[in-house]
Design a protein around this ligand. Structure first.
Ligand code: UD1
Ligand code: MG
Length: 454
C-alpha cells in the first residue's frame, strides 16, 4: 500500500518527561542502541513525508542535535511554554502542507510500525475523514483517553480518562495518541480548540468533537496495544524495549537466522544478520553490526560497530569493538578483544588477545596472548601483520610496527621494529638449563621454612 497523497508528519516531544527521574531528556533514552526519538524519526521517514516537523520544548538542545543528526530534513519548532497536545500542533501548523494528510506521532511512543500508520492514513483518505485516530485495547488502560464510538462505528469523541463515565471506561477502547487529519481541515479544527475546561491545556483530542460540529466524519482504526505503548517511566522503557527485542528476533528468525535461545540475544535497532547465521545464547549486539550469512557467533560475545564475514566464527567470550571487520571464514576465539581492526580471509586469533588499530592479512595466525601495544599514552598507532604471518604466543607488538607476509614472530617476543617478509623475528632471551637446580632449590627452601613444607 502506498500513500497517494501529500503527507506532513508532526512528532510531539515537548513534554519534559519528569517521571523518568533523571536529567536525560525522555526521548533521548535508548531502546536497542537508538534513542526513542530516533526510532520515531526512522518510522516517520519510512513513510516518505513531504514535511517532517518535531515539536520540542525550550532547553532541549541535546534533542535538537539528535534530530539534526538522524533526520537533517526535519524542521524543529519550539513550543514555549507547552500548553497541551492541541497547542503543540498549533505551533507546528505553519510548517505543514495544506493538502493531503497531517499525521501526528509522539516522540515517546517508539513501537509504532510503518504498516499500521499506512493503514491509518489509507483509511482516513478512503473515507475522507476529517480525523482518523489509532485506537487500542491495552491490558491496563489506566490513564489513556477513551474513544467514544457511534452506533455505525464512527468516532464521536475522545474523552480523557478523568472525564469518562463508567460505561465508557468499561469499553476499554483507548486513544493511542496517533491521529491522521485532513490537511485542508486542520486549520479550522485547530482554530476552534479552546482551553479544556478544568485544565490550562488545549487538548488535541478535542478536534474530534469539533469535526462533529461541522458535520465532518471521524474514524478509529484499531491497532495492537503493543504499538501504542508510550514511555513515561524507566519500567515502561524496559517493557517497551522488551517488545522491540521480541519483534526484531522474530523478524530475523523469519529471515533464516538461527537462534537457540532468542530471548537471551540482545539486538540493536540496526543489527543485520544474514540467513543461516547462528547466534548462540547470550550474545549482545551494540549499534552498527552486520553479520554475513552462515557466520557463527558463540555465546557471551559482545559486538558493536563490526562487520562479520561469511562463515566466520566468533567467540565464545569475544569482544568486538567499532571499526572491526572480520573476513570470511576468519576466527576470533575466547577472550579476544578487537578494535578498529581488520582480519583477512581465514585469519585466526583464537585465544586471549588484544588487537587494536591492526590489519591482519589473510590466513595469518595470531597466537594466544598476543597484544598490540597501540597506545603510547598520547597517540594510537597501527600494527600491520601480513598474509600468512605467524605471531607466536604471548608476543607484544609495539606499534607502529609491521610483521610482513609469511614472517614468524617467536613466542614471547617484544617486537619494536619491522619483521620483513619470510623472516623470523625473535626477541626472546636465551634459555639456560641448570642440571639438578630444581632439586637443590627445593632442598634449600625446605631447610629455610620453619615447620617444613606446606
Ligand atoms: C495523551 C492523550 C490521551 C492518550 C495518550 C496516549 C491528549 C489530551 N491526551 O495523553 O488521550 O490516551 O496521550 O499516550 O492529547 N506534548 C507536547 N506538548 C504539550 C503536551 C504534550 O509536545 O504541550 C507531547 C509530549 O511530549 C508527548 C505527547 O505530546 O510526546 C503526549 O503528551 P502527554 O502529556 O503524555 O499526554 P497524555 O496525558 O499521556
Ligand atoms: Mg503520555
Amino acid at each position: 500500500m502506498t500513500v497517494v497523497e501529500p503527507l506532513s508528519v508532526v512528532i510531539l516531544a515537548a513534554g519534559r518527561g519528569t517521571r523518568m527521574k533523571n536529567d536525560r531528556p525522555k526521548v533521548l533514552h535508548e531502546m536497542a542502541g537508538l534513542s526513542l526519538i530516533g526510532h520515531v524519526l526512522a518510522t516517520a521517514e519510512a513513510l516518505g513525508p513531504e514535511k517532517l516537523v518535531v515539536v520540542l520544548g525550550r532547553e532541549m538542545e541535546a534533542v535538537a542535535a539528535e534530530i539534526a543528526g538522524r533526520a537533517p530534513a526535519a524542521a524543529i519548532v519550539i513550543q514555549d511554554p507547552p500548553m497541551g497536545t492541541g497547542h503543540a500542533l498549533q505551533v507546528a501548523a505553519p510548517e505543514l502542507l495544506s493538502a493531503g494528510a497531517v499525521l501526528v506521532l509522539y516522540g515517546d511512543t517508539p513501537l509504532m510500525t510503518e504498516a499500521t500508520l499506512r493503514a491509518l492514513l489509507e483509511r482516513r483518505r478512503a473515507e475522507d475523514a476529517a480525523v482518523a485516530v489509532l485506537g487500542m485495547r491495552p491490558p491496563d488502560p489506566a490513564g489513556y483517553g477513551r474513544l467514544r464510538m457511534g452506533e455505525g462505528g464512527e468516532l464521536l469523541a475522545i474523552v480523557e480518562h478523568k472525564h469518562c463515565d463508567p460505561a465508557l471506561l468499561a469499553e476499554g477502547f483507548c486513544n493511542s495518541g496517533v491521529m491522521a487529519l485532513a490537511a485542508e481541515r486542520t486549520a479550522t479544527l485547530l482554530g476552534n480548540l479552546t482551553r479544556h475546561p478544568g485544565s490550562d491545556e488545549f487538548y488535541l483530542t478535542d478536534v474530534v468533537e469539533i469535526a462533529g460540529r461541522h458535520g465532518w466524519p471521524c474514524r478509529a482504526v484499531e491497532a495492537s496495544w503493543i504499538e501504542g505503548q508510550g514511555v513515561n517511566t524507566q519500567a515502561q522503557l524496559a517493557e517497551v524495549a522488551a517488545h522491540f527485542q521480541t519483534r526484531r528476533r522474530t523478524e530475523l528468525m523469519a529471515a533464516g537466522v538461527i537462534m537457540q535461545a532468542p530471548e537471551t540475544v540482545f539486538l540493536a535497532a540496526d543489527t543485520e544478520i544474514g540467513a543461516g547465521a547462528v547466534i548462540e545464547p547470550f550474545v549482545v549486539f551494540g549499534p552498527g553490526v552486520r553479520v554475513a550469512a552462515e557466520a557463527v557467533i558463540h555465546s557471551h560475545s559482545h559486538l558493536a560497530g563490526t562487520e562479520i564475514g561469511r562463515r566466520a566464527e566468533i567467540g565464545p567470550f569475544a569482544r568486538l569493538r567499532p571499526g572491526t571487520v572480520i573476513g570470511e571464514q576468519a576466527k576470533v576465539g575466547n577472550f579476544v578483544e578487537a578494535k578498529n581492526t581488520t582480519l583477512g580471509t581465514g585469519a585466526k586469533a583464537n585465544h586471549l588477545t588484544y588487537l587494536g588499530d591492526c590489519d591482519v592479512g589473510a590466513a595469518a595466525n595470531i597466537g594466544a596472548g598476543t597484544i598490540t601495544c597501540n597506545y603510547d599514552g598520547f597517540n594510537k598507532h597501527r600494527t600491520v601483520i601480513g598474509a600468512g604471518a605467524f605471531v607466536g604466543s604471548n608476543s607484544a607488538l609495539v606499534a607502529p610496527v609491521t610483521v610482513a607476509a609469511d614472517a614468524v614472530v617467536g613466542a614471547g617476543s617484544v617486537v619494536t621494529s619491522d619483521v620483513p617478509a619470510d623472516a623470523l623475528g625473535l626477541t626472546r632471551s636465551p634459555q639456560r638449563i641448570i642440571e639438578g637446580g630444581a632439586r637443590r632449590l627445593r632442598e634449600r627452601l625446605a631447610r629455610e621454612k620453619p615447620g617444613g613444607k606446606g
